[in-house]
Design a binder for this molecule. Sequence first.
Ligand SMILES: Cc1cc2nc3c(=O)[nH]c(=O)nc-3n(C[C@H](O)[C@H](O)[C@H](O)COP(=O)(O)OP(=O)(O)OC[C@H]3O[C@@H](n4cnc5c(N)ncnc54)[C@H](O)[C@@H]3O)c2cc1C
Length: 339
Amino acid sequence: MKIQIIGFGLAGSWMAWELIKRGIDVVITDRYNPNSSSRIAAGLINPINGTRPRPTWLADVLLPFAYSAYHEMSSEVNQPLLTQCKVRRVFITEEDVRLWDHASTRQWYGNDFAGFNVMWETLTSGMLEGISYDYGGVEYGGAIVNTAGVIECVRKHVVEVDVPQEDVDFTIWCEGWEASRNELWRWLPFQPVKGEILDAIIDGQPLTTIITRSIWIVPVSDEERVVGKQSIRIGSTYDWDDLSDVPTEHARTSLVSMAETILGRPVVITGHRAAVRPAARSKRPYLGIHPTHKKHAILNGFGAKGALWAPWAAQQLADHILDGTPLNAETNIVRWWNQ
Ligand SMILES: Cc1cc2nc3c(=O)[nH]c(=O)nc-3n(C[C@H](O)[C@H](O)[C@H](O)COP(=O)(O)OP(=O)(O)OC[C@H]3O[C@@H](n4cnc5c(N)ncnc54)[C@H](O)[C@@H]3O)c2cc1C
């Protein structure tokens, strides 16, 4: 059986990986875009989301799955692709503390998902790594995935070629947000959203954790680090109207201002990029075989969660296409057909 995958981002990479593991002959066709979502993403996996803290969707399944999938790929390609890292959530108002306490009383978290120690510690008010925690904060386990690295690793194992569709038995569309303009899939309720991200340098005490509060600040481990300086990434913005990959002054100013408020020191910008996330209105991935074009399937809708969702979703879709295993009902695209 020969399967063509269209689109070589995180979705296409994990789909190819799953099919190759099953002995399928895979070809990938990609319209290279240096500003694709997967190429500029920070790759953060944050197990606790929202201003009102709650565990990420299907946390007990997806966190251990992602952890072992990235480790399996890393060991086969001999390159680390997932780095575990603490996440520090900074409280900047009384309301932040109240919302967290409210969530904690319901015992929503404190789970040790295999591979992800999501036990949390409360940070009392004071200074930590140069950041002022006037209202305290919490710290728990998360991870950073090298998303561009995943694509490059999979690239070594697949054939990239533009083949006519008559020459393949089946096609899996992994086009990211561009699927919302594809006649075959535009009936799915996509909500593409542009995001902007900054590369920056800071002085002073280096950060050892991901910092989050409305935005996130990720320390970057660079090999050629200048003494006393640290590279960080700052992100990200959400814009549902402008679906270009052009960075804007407005996003830059707002990210810098928020980062400097949290860090309490100036940041020097060294890079600024923008891409469009393939978000779904249902806030769940879109998987499945087309209801009438039975030789076509889709893997999409990862929004801001591609790093966590892609490995699991690709495995679900591979099992569905090859063995008829039912899909998770929340992700199955048939729920949107004829609506
Ligand atoms: C600023 C920013 C920060 C982010 N940070 C995070 C984060 O910290 N953690 C996280 O989990 N996620 C993050 N994301 C989201 C993440 O990037 C996405 O969830 C994920 O990468 C989507 O992968 P994809 O493969 O579906 O789409 P894409 O990465 O968009 O890949 C689609 C590919 O298909 C190609 N293509 C499209 N149509 C065709 C066609 N007809 N023929 C051939 N090729 C085609 C495109 O050129 C592209 O290469 C972030 C996104 C942005 C924009």
